[in-house]
Design a protein around this ligand. Structure first.
Ligand code: 5RP
Length: 218
C-alpha cells in the first residue's frame, strides 16, 4: 500500500469514534483531509465541527459540513488529527502544516485526541522531524538565539505565514528524549506562541496505518 492509502485507511477508521449529534474537532494535513472525506459520508449524523485551519475549514465547508467558532464550544468529545511523529508514550510532533497553535487549542478542549497516522510516523524518540515553533514575527531572531542555546538549529520557514499571522521556526537535528520538559522550556521563551510538541496533551488513541491493517493503540 502507498503512504497515502495508509493515511486514507486511518482517516476512515477514525469514523468509529464519531458519536451522533456531537461537534467534532478536525485537524489539518493530508491525513486529516482523508478524515474529512470520511466525515462527509456521515455528515447528517453530526452537529458540525471545529476546525484547526483555514484549509480544513474550506474543505469542510465545500462538503456542506458546519464549522463552528471554537469560542462557541465549551468542550468536544473528540479531536481527530495527524502527526509528524508519534512516540510510544503517545507524545507527538505536529505543525508540519503550520497549524500547530489552533491544533493545540482544539486538543485542549477535547476529551479524546485520536491521532491518525501511517506507520512511518511512529518513532522511539521524537526529533528526526524538524520541530515546528510558531513565533511572533518581531521575536523571530531572539527566539532563534534562545533555541540555539537549547542545542537546536532553528531554520526560518521561508514564505510561510500562519493562519494567526505569525512565522514558523523549525528546529533541525534536535532529538528530544524528554518531550514534556522541552515543551515547557520552549513555551517559556518570550515570543513563542506554540511549540509543536504535544507531550503535555498527547494522544489518547493512535490509529496507525500498516500494511497489515489499522492498528489501534491506547
Ligand atoms: C499540521 C499537522 C499535521 O497533522 C502533520 O503535519 C501531519 O501531516 P500529514 O497528515 O499531511 O502527514 O500537524 O500542522
Amino acid at each position: 500500500m502507498t503512504q497515502d492509502e495508509l493515511k486514507k485507511a486511518v482517516g476512515f477508521a477514525a469514523l468509529k469514534f464519531v458519536k451522533p449529534n456531537t461537534i467534532v474537532g478536525v485537524g489539518t494535513g493530508s491525513t486529516a483531509a482523508h478524515f474529512i472525506d470520511a466525515l462527509a459520508t456521515i455528515k447528517h449524523t453530526i452537529i458540525g465541527t471545529v476546525s484547526s485551519s483555514e484549509a480544513s475549514t474550506q474543505k469542510l465547508k465545500d462538503y456542506g459540513i458546519p464549522v463552528f467558532d471554537c469560542n462557541s464550544v465549551d468542550s468536544l468529545d473528540i479531536y481527530v488529527d495527524g502527526a509528524d511523529e508519534i512516540n510510544h508514550q503517545m507524545q507527538m510532533i505536529k505543525g508540519g502544516g503550520a497549524a500547530l497553535t489552533r491544533e493545540k487549542i482544539i486538543a485542549a478542549i477535547s476529551k479524546q485526541f485520536i491521532c491518525i497516522a501511517d506507520e512511518s510516523k511512529v518513532v522511539t524518540t521524537l526529533g528526526k522531524f524538524p520541530l515546528p515553533i510558531e513565533v511572533i514575527p518581531m521575536a523571530r531572531s531572539y527566539v532563534a538565539r534562545e533555541l540555539f542555546k537549547l542545542g537546536g538549529k532553528p531554520i526560518y520557514r521561508d514564505g510561510i505565514v500562519t493562519d494567526n499571522g505569525n512565522v514558523i521556526l523549525d528546529i533541525h537535528d534536535f532529538m528530544i528524549p524528554n518531550a514534556l520538559e522541552m515543551e515547557h522550556k520552549i513555551n517559556n521563551i518570550p515570543g513563542v506562541v506554540t511549540v509543536g510538541l504535544f507531550a503535555n496533551r498527547g494522544a489518547n488513541v493512535a490509529l496507525i496505518g500498516t500494511a497489515n491493517g489499522v492498528k489501534e493503540i491506547k
